[in-house]
Design a protein around this ligand. Structure first.
Ligand code: NAD
Ligand code: IPM
Ligand code: MN
Length: 350
């Protein structure tokens, strides 16, 4: 299997090294051949060459690889974040990776910041629409940098786009023994764009009578995710709201260091990455938690049909968390590399 690897910037580079270590270990233990192609794309490459992603970059990823792995992108030397928009958002858009799947699963009771909550209470999946909304880059600035500046950023919601992500959420719930899907929007304030979400949600829900469909406004969802996360199984929402509530979801699991994600178009080359960013303050210090990246490789292998291999990564991560062989952000004393080593060593066939 051919995997394109984009370590990117800051701690992206460090956590990707551990993710790669895990994939190689899986290759050794299970006798699988992974061909990993390292892509140099990131802030450094952009500053040196003026290129964010080569002209044929998206086609290369789509046509030459089975999956893409990304560390993180973001660097203060690129204040407009242009390279990250081209590489990360560009790949989501150009490969039409309309599903951003972000599991929120507490691995150990000790990691939950909520009083008295256990692993049984925090176990749901967020589906974030990944190709539309406020992220499409339609807008502009008039009289920029003057006191008369007008800045417009349009939110795009299409019937096709909303329909396919809502449908995907229901299908996932049904396939995974779920009974409930919650859709969150802001249709009380955004009466046009989010009326479309309302209409589509009701329409799709009617096709899934076995699944309980619930609507919440996004602000109320944020409240309830903290007050009682146990009520959620599957949440579906738009691009921006999904971005925000998955950082909140990461907090429920123990922080950004452990949150994983997949950017998917079922049946096509898809992209996997931890939820966190390049964390410039942690970069280069061997302190970043590699678990979000490592669990993203498990999502990647599962997507590629390697279920047993994916489960063995998850087991090894759970062991590391339980025994405290982890980084300081979640109460351990190991570095990034040592955490990766310990998880890699714990991976066994079976
Ligand atoms: P961030 O995710 O980099 O960091 C937020 C907080 O979480 C910081 O306190 C950081 O120390 C902590 N953190 C993040 N990852 C961690 C890890 N693996 N282990 C331990 N602690 C971790 O978000 P930010 O500070 O808002 O953004 C920094 C840069 O990253 C910006 O340029 C931003 O645009 C970019 N970013 C990129 C991605 C991505 O590539 N997918 C995601 C988010 C932010
Ligand atoms: C994420 C990140 C990105 C997003 C940024 C870096 C553009 O926050 O993947 O969650 O907003 O999608
Ligand atoms: Mn984010």
């Amino acid at each position: 299997m051919r995997i394109a690897v984009i370590p990117g910037d800051g701690i992206g580079v460090e956590v990707t090294a551990e993710a790669v270590k895990i994939v190689r270990r899986i290759g050794d233990v299970y006798g699988r051949r992974f061909e990993l192609a390292m892509m140099p794309w990131g802030a450094e490459h952009y500053l040196k060459t003026g290129e964010t992603i080569p002209p044929d970059g998206y086609a290369l990823l789509r046509d030459q690889f089975d999956a893409v792995f990304v560390g993180a992108l973001g660097d203060s030397r690129v204040p407009d974040n242009r390279h990250a928009r081209d590489i990360l958002l560009g790949t989501r858009f150009e490969l039409d990776l309309f599903v951003n799947q972000r599991p929120v699963r507490l691995l150990d009771n000790r990691l939950c910041p909520l009083k008295g909550r256990t692993v049984a209470d925090v176990s749901f999946t967020v589906f974030r629409e990944n190709t539309e909304g406020l992220y499409v880059g339609i807008g502009g600035r008039f009289k920029a940098n003057t006191d008369d500046e007008v800045a417009v950023q349009e939110e795009i919601n299409t019937y096709k786009g909303v329909n396919r992500i809502v449908r995907h959420a229901f299908q996932f719930a049904r396939a995974n023994g779920g009974q409930r899907v919650c859709m969150a929007d802001k249709s009380n304030a955004m009466a046009d764009g989010h009326a479309l979400w309302q209409r589509v949600f009701k329409q799709v829900a009617a096709e899934f009578p076995d699944i309980a469909a619930r609507h919440l406004y996004i602000d109320a969802l944020a409240l309830l995710m903290v007050q009682d996360p146990s009520q959620f199984q599957v949440i579906v929402t738009n691009n921006l709201f999904g971005d925000i509530i998955t950082d909140l979801g990461a907090a429920l699991q123990g922080g950004l260091g452990v949150a994983a994600s997949g950017n998917l178009h079922p049946g096509r080359t898809s992209m996997f990455e931890p939820v966190h960013g390049s964390a410039p303050l942690l970069a280069g210090r061997n302190v970043a938690n590699p678990i979000g990246a490592i669990l993203s490789t498990a999502m990647m292998l599962e997507y590629l049909g390697l279920k047993t291999e994916a489960a063995s990564i998850e087991r090894a991560v759970e062991d590391a968390v339980r025994t405290g062989h982890v980084t300081t952000d979640i109460g351990g004393s190991l570095g990034t590399r040592e955490t990766g080593d310990s998880i890699a060593n714990a991976i066994r066939a079976g």
